[in-house]
Design a protein around this ligand. Structure first.
Ligand code: NAI
Length: 777
C-alpha cells in the first residue's frame, strides 16, 4: 500500500503539527475538526489551525508553500472525503469515549485497505479498539508523535494482535523514509516507552530535589548535562512542555499502570507546584515557570522559583562540587558525598532501575528503549547506555544500597555490559542473556558504525578520512563545533591526493559528519587571535588556501557530494556551494552569514552565488539581476531554515537531493556519489558577465536608502561597499567583456583582507565569540 493522500482529525497542537509535517513530504492532507458552536465558518477550527501553523516559530512547515497541501474542513460536512484517504490519523482530545464514537463514524466511510492510527499518548490500543469492527481492528494502530512533530524525531508505533502486518509496514515505512522519524516499535503498555520512563525520571528528580533541599538550578545542573541530558534538566523541561500537563499525564498513568509499579510509589504532589499551576505559572506558555525572565523595571532578570518559599528570586548558575569533581565520570558523580552527589545517586538509581525493569514488558529489546529516550527526550545516551557508564555490577550494588530491587536484566548481565563491540560490530545483550548484533535497517549507514569497525584512512586535528565502502571516502570534521581551519583544508588536500584520478581504489568523496551541526564556519577564535597580533599574511594565506582547496574540489576529476545536517554556515555553506551534489538532510540550516561578523564570504562564496543566480533561468536577463540577487542574499546574511528553503535561496541547486531521515543521509549520499562516479566529468569553468562600476553605483544607492531608513548600520555600509565591489566585478570591469572566476576570487580576497583589518569588524568578531550574537555596529 502506498500513502498518497492522508487525513488528520483534530486540529489542535498535535493534529495540526502532524498535518503540516505530512504536507512537508508532498502528500496532500485533509485536516478536520468539529464545527465550533455558533461559528460563522463551520471549518473555523481547522482553518485557524493552518493560519497558526504559518505563524509558528519554529516553523512546522519546511516551506510555506506546503500549507497549500493542507485542506481544512469540518467533521460534519467533509467526512465523506475520508473515502479517498489511505491513512487517517486521529489526534483529538484524550478521551476514549469521544475517540470510539469518531472511529465508528470513520469506519463507515473509509475505503478498504486504508489505515487508521491514533496519536494517543496514554490510552492502550486494546481499549481504543474495544467494540470496533474486525475490519477496523485489522487496519488500526497507534502512531505516537512527540511535540513538535516536525522536529521531535521519535515516533512510537504500536500494533494490536489483529493489525495487518502490511498496514503496519506501510505506515512505519512512510514515517521513517518520508516523515524522517526514528520509528520505535512499542508494546501496548501505558505511556509506551519514552513517557513511561521520562515521567518517572521527572518525578524522581522532583521528589529528590524537595527531599534533599536542592534548588531548581542545582537539580538541573546535576540531571542535565552531566548525565548527557539537555541542560533544561527536569525543571526547565517542565517549563517547556507545560507544568499543568504533568498532573494529567500522572492521572492517566496511575489509572493504567500495573500494581506495584515504581511510578505509583514515586508519585507525589507538591503544594508549591499545585499553587503555581492554579495561579497560571505553567511554564513558558504561562506567566512563568520554575524559571522566568522578569522584565519589571526595564531590565531583564532571570529568576528561579524557590521551592521552599514558593517565591521567585534571582536565578543562580551553580556548578555543584560533585559535577566539578566528577567531570565526565558518571560513577564519581553518583559517589560524591555531598547533597548533589546523593541527588545524582538517587535519581540515577530510581530512573535506570525502573527502565531496566521494564524490558521485555514495554519493548522487545534494550536497543528500542535507548533509542526512544535518545530521540524522544534528546538524551545523549539511553538508560542502558547510562548503566554501562556506571558498570552493571556497580549499578546492581547501587540499587541494593538505595533499597531498590535489582532488575532481572541487570542480574542476568552479571557484570557484563549491556553493549559491547565485537569484531567492530556493536552488540547488545538480549533478554535471553546472549549478545546479538545491533542491526540497522536497509538503507541506513552510520558513520559511527564505520568508525567502530575501522581505523581512519588518515586524520589530523580537525578532520578524519574514512573508508565507507565501494571506493567512497568520507571526510569528517572533528574540530570543536566543526569549525574550519588550516587542518580542515589539509584534510581535503589529502583526500584529493589519495583519491587521485578517481579511477583507482577510490572513486568519490562524501563530506559528512554526525555532529549536531555540519559546520558553523571558519574558526573565528583563531582568526581573532591572528588578527590581534596583526599576522595579516597568515590570514591571507588562510583565505587563499580555502579558495584553492574549494576550487580544487570543484574541478577534481572525481565527484564530491556534501551531506549536511543541522547548521552549515559561512565556510560550511561554501563547501555545499562547491560540491557536485548536495544530499541534504531536510533539517539543514544553511547560509552565508559572514557579513554578521563584518566580512564577506571569502572562500568562493560570492563567486558561486553569482554563478547560481546567473544560471537561475527564472530571473530576468542581463548582467544586473544575478548581481542584485546574490547581493541581497549575502548582504542580509540570509539563512535557510530548511533544505527546501535553501533551494529558494539558491544555496542548494534544484537538482540537489533532500533526505528526510537523518540516519539515511550517508547511504543516500554514497549512492549518489557512486552514480556520479560512473563516467564523471568535472564541470566547465564558467565566464561571468558583470555590470562593473555602473552596477556598483546602483547597489550603493540601494544601501544608502537602507542606511537612511536606519536599516543598515555604519559598518553594514562599509561591508556592503566591499561586497558590491566584488559582485559587480570591480572598477575595471566592462559589461561587454566576460570575466573569469579567478578575477572575482581575487576581488573576494582583497575585500576580505580590507574588512578583516577594520576595527569595527574585529568588534563584531569579538562580540560573536563572547555572546554568540551579531553586533549591530
Ligand atoms: P488539543 O487540545 O490541542 O487538540 C485537540 C483537538 O481535538 C481540538 O482541536 C478539538 O477541537 C478537537 N476535538 C475535540 N473533541 C473532538 C471530537 N469529538 N471530534 C473531533 N475533534 C475533537 O490536544 P493535543 O495536545 O493536540 O492532543 C491530541 C492527541 O494527541 C491526544 O490524544 C493527546 O494525548 C495526544 N498527544 C499529545 C501530545 C502533546 O504534547 N500535546 C504529545 C503526543 C500525543
Amino acid at each position: 500500500m502506498e500513502i498518497k493522500r492522508a487525513a488528520v482529525i483534530g486540529a489542535g497542537v498535535m493534529g495540526s503539527g502532524i498535518a503540516a509535517h505530512i504536507a512537508n513530504t508532498g502528500v496532500p492532507v485533509l485536516l478536520l475538526d468539529i464545527v465550533k458552536p455558533g461559528a460563522a465558518d463551520r471549518s473555523a477550527l481547522a482553518k485557524g489551525a493552518v493560519e497558526r501553523l504559518l505563524k509558528a516559530d519554529p516553523a512546522p512547515f519546511m516551506h510555506p508553500k506546503n500549507a497549500r497541501l493542507v485542506t481544512p474542513g469540518n467533521l460534519d460536512d467533509d467526512l465523506g472525503a475520508l473515502s479517498e484517504c489511505d491513512w487517517i490519523v486521529e489526534a483529538i482530545v484524550e478521551d476514549p469515549k469521544l475517540k470510539a464514537d469518531l472511529y465508528t463514524r470513520i469506519d463507515a466511510l473509509r475505503k478498504d485497505g486504508s489505515v487508521v492510527s491514533s496519536n494517543t499518548s496514554t490510552i492502550p490500543l486494546a481499549m481504543l479498539t474495544q467494540g470496533q469492527s474486525e475490519r477496523f481492528k485489522r487496519d488500526f494502530l497507534v502512531t505516537h508523535f512527540f511535540n513538535p512533530p516536525r522536529y521531535m524525531r521519535l515516533l512510537e508505533i504500536v500494533a494490536g494482535p489483529e493489525t495487518r502486518s502490511d498496514a503496519l509496514a506501510a505506515v512505519a515505512d512512510f514515517c521513517d523514509r518520508r516523515l524522517g522519524k526514528g520509528v520505535v516499535r512499542c508494546k501496548d503498555t501505558p505511556g509506551f516507552i519514552a513517557n513511561r520512563i521520562g515521567v518517572t525520571w521527572i518525578q524522581s528528580a522532583v521528589n529528590a530535589a524537595f527531599d534533599l533541599g536542592l534548588t531548581v538550578e542545582e537539580a538541573d545542573a546535576v540531571v542535565g548535562r552531566p548525565m548527557g541530558i539537555p541542560k533544561t534538566g527536569v525543571f526547565g523541561l517542565m517549563d517547556l512542555v507545560g507544568i499543568d500537563l504533568m498532573p494529567h499525564i500522572a492521572k492517566s498513568l496511575l489509572a493504567t499502570l500495573p500494581e506495584g509499579d515504581l511510578y505509583r510509589r514515586l508519585h507525589r504532589e507538591f503544594p508549591v507546584i499545585q499553587r503555581m499551576i492554579a495561579d497560571g505559572y505553567t511554564g513558558r506558555k504561562g506567566k512563568g515557570g520554575f524559571y522566568r525572565l522578569n522584565r519589571e523595571g526595564g531590565a531583564k532578570v532571570k529568576e528561579a522559583m524557590d521551592l521552599v518559599t514558593g517565591q521567585y528570586r534571582p536565578a543562580e548558575r551553580p556548578r555543584p562540587e560533585s559535577v566539578a569533581a566528577a567531570g565526565r565520570d558518571l560513577r564519581a558523580l553518583a559517589e560524591h558525598p555531598d547533597r548533589t552527589g546523593r541527588y545524582a545517586r538517587r535519581v540515577l538509581a530510581e530512573t535506570l532501575s525502573y527502565a531496566a525493569s521494564l524490558v521485555p514488558e514495554i519493548a522487545d529489546s534494550i536497543v528500542a528503549v535507548d533509542e526512544a529516550m535518545r530521540l524522544g527526550y534528546a538524551w545523549k545516551q539511553g538508560p542502558f547506555e547510562l548503566i554501562d557508564r556506571l558498570g552493571t555490577a556497580w549499578f546492581a550494588e547501587l540499587c541494593r544500597s538505595e533499597g531498590l530491587p535489582v532488575p532481572a536484566l541487570v542480574e542476568q548481565a552479571a557484570g557484563r555490559p549491556f553493549y559491547r563491540v565485537e569484531d567492530g560490530k556493536l552488540q547488545y545483550l538480549t533478554t535471553g542473556g546472549v549478545y546479538d548484533d545491533v542491526r540497522r535497517p536497509d538503507g541506513v549507514l552510520l558513520l559511527s558504525d564505520v568508525k567502530r569497525a575501522s581505523k581512519p584512512v588518515w586524520k589530523n586535528g580537525s578532520a578524519a578520512l574514512w573508508d565507507i565502502g565501494d571506493g567512497v571516502m568520507c571526510l569528517e570534521f572533528t574540530s570543536k563545533m566543526n569549525a574550519l581551519d588550516g587542518d580542515t583544508m589539509a584534510a581535503y588536500q589529502k583526500a584529493m591526493t589519495l583519491i587521485g584520478s578517481g579511477k583507482g581504489d577510490w572513486k568519490a568523496l562524501v563530506v559528512h559528519n554526525e555532529g549536531d551541526n555540519f559546520s558553523v564556519g571558519a574558526n573565528l577564535g583563531l582568526a581573532m587571535f591572528v588578527a590581534n597580533i596583526a599576522l595579516w599574511p597568515a590570514i591571507e594565506e588562510m583565505v587563499e588556501a580555502g579558495q584553492r582547496t574549494y576550487r580544487a574540489l570543484k574541478y577534481a576529476p572525481f565527484p564530491v557530494v556534501a551531506a549536511p545536517s543541522g547548521m552549515a554556515l559561512g565556510g560550511g555553506c561554501e563547501i555545499l556551494l562547491h560540491a557536485d551534489h548536495v544530499q541534504a538532510h531536510a533539517e539543514t540550516y544553511t547560509g552565508l552569514v559572514e557579513v554578521g561578523v563584518g566580512v564577506i564570504p571569502g572562500w568562493g562564496g560570492c563567486t558561486e552565488m553569482l554563478a547560481r543566480h546567473a544560471a537561475n533561468s527564472r530571473g530576468p536577463k542581463g548582467p544586473m539581476p544575478p548581481v542584485a540577487g546574490a547581493f541581497e542574499t549575502i548582504s542580509l546574511a540570509k539563512v535557510a531554515k530548511s533544505a527546501a528553503e535553501a533551494k529558494d535561496l539558491l544555496y542548494l541547486k534544484a537538482t540537489d537531493g533532500i533526505t528526510m531521515n537523518r540516519d539515511r543521509l550517508l547511504a543516500d549520499a554514497k549512492a549518489k556519489a557512486l552514480a556520479l562516479a560512473d563516467g564523471y566529468t568535472p564541470p566547465e569553468k564558467p565566464a561571468y558577465t558583470l555590470p562593473g562600476p555602473g552596477g556598483k553605483t546602483a547597489l550603493d544607492l540601494f544601501v544608502q536608502g537602507f542606511a537612511l531608513q536606519g536599516k543598515a548600520t555604519p559598518h553594514d555600509v562599509v561591508v556592503c561597499d566591499h561586497l558590491a565591489r566584488v559582485l559587480t566585478g570591480g572598477p575595471k570591469t566592462d559589461p561587454m567583456e566576460p570575466v573569469g572566476e579567478d578575477r572575482i576570487l581575487k576581488l573576494e580576497r582583497e575585500a576580505f583582507m580590507a574588512l578583516v583589518r577594520h576595527p569595527a569588524t574585529m568588534d563584531r568578531i569579538e562580540h560573536m565569540l563572547t555572546t554568540g550574537k551579531p553586533l549591530r555596529n
